[in-house]
Design a protein around this ligand. Structure first.
Ligand code: AHG
Ligand code: MN
Ligand code: MN
Length: 341
């Protein structure tokens, strides 16, 4: 009988880092702290229906959206779990307008953490999968003082690690440190993340598309044509595609990465920059999908090449299997070329 290796997240991170003799173990500690925050948030999400935690706080986040109590809880939990570890110099969260300073004496760490504490929060009340997304950079400011805005505004290609936790039918922690994508499922009985998805690779081409079709009227004409093309019948290219849209980008992209597909949140005539945030959502998911063999862009430029200008900037996103993303880019490009001629 084959011996099954029992691999915890902690052990996996240490084994990965040991491959690099120059590694100090700091990144491992950071990921470990993140997994602790994930367990606490997971517990709170699971009991959300039982305690009086649902409903609006009455506050609005920096995007003018209603903030639910679990968003606030997750945001605060991330800060609590991360700001005294000594490995960070600064943080930024989707739920905070400014950068988050690390208390003095702990703020000379060499890493920078950006996160979306709860993604898909409009799904909380309906027991639909939601998640936490994180992104880690090396600091670029001098390492004898606190981190700065400049540390946070780095292009996605500078990420040293990124990941997400989905609170769904089970809780799963997926991460990359630039050496493949690995997924760990939380065993609730003894509270450990166990390796369940080793070296995830997404297919070269999928047969699922995910987009909010309610916005059809406002889309780029090339995108309209692409979606209609996906709905046509052609056995060879496995069309028509299936449509799947949860409304939590982290869960939509996770499913598509495993099964094969494309997720899109485009710009449209009402939202010229799209809806999703470059630093908290698009860059970490783009790093992960590239590590899984997929592709991510804003329709023209590789996501990870975009130079951020502001902390909360939005971007259109096309992310998933390489051939599918190339195809939507081609539809939009050809339409624009035709228009010019
Ligand atoms: P958040 O809950 O962090 O604000 O993110 C919600 C995002 C994303 O997860 C999802 O893909 C998208 O909003 C859904 O938007 P629509 O309702 O416009 O489709
Ligand atoms: Mn989000
Ligand atoms: Mn959020």
């Amino acid at each position: 009988m084959d011996k099954i290796r029992f691999m915890t997240l902690g052990r996996h991170i240490y084994e990965q880092e040991r491959k690099y003799p120059e590694a100090t173990g700091e990144l491992s500690d950071l990921l470990h702290d993140l997994s602790l925050a994930a367990k606490v948030i997971s517990l709170e999400v699971n009991k959300a229906g039982l305690v009086d935690i649902l409903g609006f706080t009455g506050d609005h986040n920096v995007h003018g959206e209603n903030v639910k109590k679990l968003d606030v809880f997750a945001h605060e939990m991330m800060i609590k779990a991360m700001d005294h570890g000594g490995h960070l110099c600064v943080m930024a969260s989707e739920e905070d307008e400014d950068i988050i300073h690390i208390p003095e004496a702990f703020n000379i760490g060499k890493y920078v953490l950006l996160f979306d504490p709860l993604d898909g929060s409009s799904n909380i009340d309906a027991n639909v999968s939601i998640g936490t997304i994180f992104s880690i950079y090396r600091r670029v400011s001098p390492d004898n003082g606190p981190g700065t805005m400049e540390d946070c505004l780095q292009p996605g290609k500078n990420q040293v690690a990124a990941g997400y936790i989905i609170y769904g039918s089970s809780t799963i922690f997926v991460y990359t440190a630039g050496n493949g994508v690995h997924g760990f499922t939380l065993d609730p009985s003894f509270g450990e993340f166990i390796l369940s998805h080793k070296n995830i690779k997404t297919p070269k081409k999928g047969n699922i598309y995910s987009i909010n079709e309610g916005n059809y009227l406002y889309w780029h004409p090339g995108l309209k044509k692409y979606i209609k093309w996906l709905q046509e019948e052609d056995k060879e290219s496995e069309r028509p595609y299936s449509s799947r849209y949860i409304g939590s980008m982290v869960s939509d992209i996770h499913r598509n990465m495993l099964y094969g597909g494309i997720f899109m949140y485009p710009a449209d005539s009402r939202s010229p920059h799209g809806k999703l945030r470059l630093m908290y959502e698009c860059n970490p998911m783009a790093f992960i999908i590239e590590q899984a063999g997929g592709r991510a862009s804003d329709g023209i430029t590789r996501m990870l090449e975009i130079q951020p200008k502001t902390l909360h900037q939005k971007t259109p996103i096309f992310i998933g299997c390489e051939e599918d993303v190339l195809m939507v880019e081609k539809f939009m490009r050809e339409y624009d070329v035709l228009k010019v001629e």
